[in-house]
Write a protein that binds this ligand. Structure first.
Ligand SMILES: [Zn+2]
Length: 99
């Protein structure tokens, strides 16, 4: 599977499942978009909110906003392809097959 196909497939299959995916990757996010929490990437006490919107949308007052893959990239200090592979493992998407 090409990396861009993997990223596209992961993004579509992950939609609506980000709280479960992030929990599976040991990334703590608050249950409610109204809750302020420490940022999984840069810490603090109340700088982070997770509003999800089905795509893992989050905002940190210190390191910025993004979607679920962005959060995994920040926490694990990896690129988009590596983040997508982590999500693929959680969702049992087989990215090792070739066409
Ligand atoms: Zn942060």
């Amino acid at each position: 599977m090409r990396n861009i196909d993997l990223i596209n497939q992961v993004t579509s299959e992950a939609a609506g499942n980000w709280p479960y995916i992030l929990q599976s990757l040991s990334i703590d996010v608050p249950d409610s978009p109204r809750n302020h929490a420490p940022c999984p990437h840069c810490g603090g006490t109340d700088r982070f909110r997770f509003d999800d919107k089905g795509k893992g949308s989050h905002i940190c007052n210190h390191c910025g906003a993004g979607d679920g893959l962005d959060l995994i990239k920040k926490v694990n200090n990896c690129d988009t392809t590596e983040a997508a592979k982590m999500v693929a493992d959680v969702l049992n998407i087989d990215y090792r097959t070739t066409e």
